[in-house]
Design a protein around this ligand. Structure first.
Ligand SMILES: [Zn+2]
Length: 70
């Protein structure tokens, strides 16, 4: 498993193969799958490679998982 913990929330990112389409597209929280609206923060890239193809995916999280819920 390749994961980057760089970002405001130093949590492990999930394996790229388990992401939903919405998560890969930056439309859903990378950890809880909630639809992202406001307060969205890039939490890094999931590094992946399939043969010659670079499949790095930028992933996003919302206030739901950043400890900033009010
Ligand atoms: Zn979340």
């Amino acid at each position: 498993m390749t994961a980057s913990a760089d970002g405001p929330a130093s949590r492990l990112l999930p394996d790229p193969r388990v992401l939903t389409w919405d998560q890969s597209a930056g439309r859903a929280c990378i950890w809880c799958k909630k639809a992202l609206t406001t307060g969205t923060v890039s939490v890094g890239f999931i590094r992946d490679r399939l043969g010659a193809h670079n499949l790095d995916t930028e992933v996003w999280a919302g206030p739901c998982c950043l400890g900033e819920e009010t």
